[in-house]
Ligand binder design. Sequence first.
Ligand SMILES: NC(=O)c1ccc[n+]([C@@H]2O[C@H](COP(=O)([O-])OP(=O)(O)OC[C@H]3O[C@@H](n4cnc5c(N)ncnc54)[C@H](OP(=O)(O)O)[C@@H]3O)[C@@H](O)[C@H]2O)c1
Length: 242
Amino acid sequence: MQLTNRNALVTGGAHRIGGAISRALAEAGVNVFVHYGRSEAAAEELAAELRSLGVRSAIGDADLSDPRTARNLMDVATEAIGPVSILINSASGFPFDTLEDLTLDALRATMALSLESPVMLMQAMADQYEGTDGAIVNIADVRTLTPYKKHFSYTIAKGAIDTATRAAAVALAPNIRVNAVALGVILAPPGEDADYVEGLASNLPLGRAGGVEPVTQAVLHLIENDFVTGEIVRLDGGAHLA
Ligand SMILES: NC(=O)c1ccc[n+]([C@@H]2O[C@H](COP(=O)([O-])OP(=O)(O)OC[C@H]3O[C@@H](n4cnc5c(N)ncnc54)[C@H](OP(=O)(O)O)[C@@H]3O)[C@@H](O)[C@H]2O)c1
């Protein structure tokens, strides 16, 4: 799939991993709609940087804790940069909860943000896309294979993203391919520092955190390679082997 002049929507695309994906897409010639929740200033700054690369870029907010906003977000993005043929579902929460303390409301909130909104965005993209080489990449988590104790609802939501990726790949074939990257230790979570990440990374077979570059490389590859669908690529420094 050629990337130049395609139009992408990146959720949570203003900074951190989503921001790196927005930038990598623009560097490859893709017009990028940067979705944000609260990070308006970062989104504006990034969109200006992307426009300076010669692509179209616009920003828009949507509170994805309400999945009913997904369709409007897709409409706004389409209006701003043109029909969306690339969707990156990166926005997510990372709440602390355990099976013991989890409330039904908290479980539903996590599922709304990290599962239902990505699914409704896939549906909305498919409804407006009329071409034959669309691509969706969902950002998943390798810890669905070795679940966290303290991020119980998140682990369930991301596990369902794995299944949603495969189910959507079947549902949307042949015109839209759907893949995922399952991330391990990439960046420190918000509020944690480099020591936290180094502590986690030291236990990995590769002994280091990934940083954003392996993520952007894999996302671009999954978009470009037109014989891959339903695939979940682990980017985890070998964590699944440890
Ligand atoms: N960091 C890692 O090492 C790691 C490891 C495994 C998986 N992942 C996955 O990789 C993806 C990106 O990770 P990250 O660490 O860069 O994420 P992050 O810093 O936690 O950011 C998540 C993004 O989601 C957006 N967001 C959160 N709540 C929202 C809401 N209610 N409505 C709209 N947007 C909302 C935020 O946008 P605003 O800032 O604009 O509010 C933010 O850009 C996530 O799916 C995460 O689960 C990351």
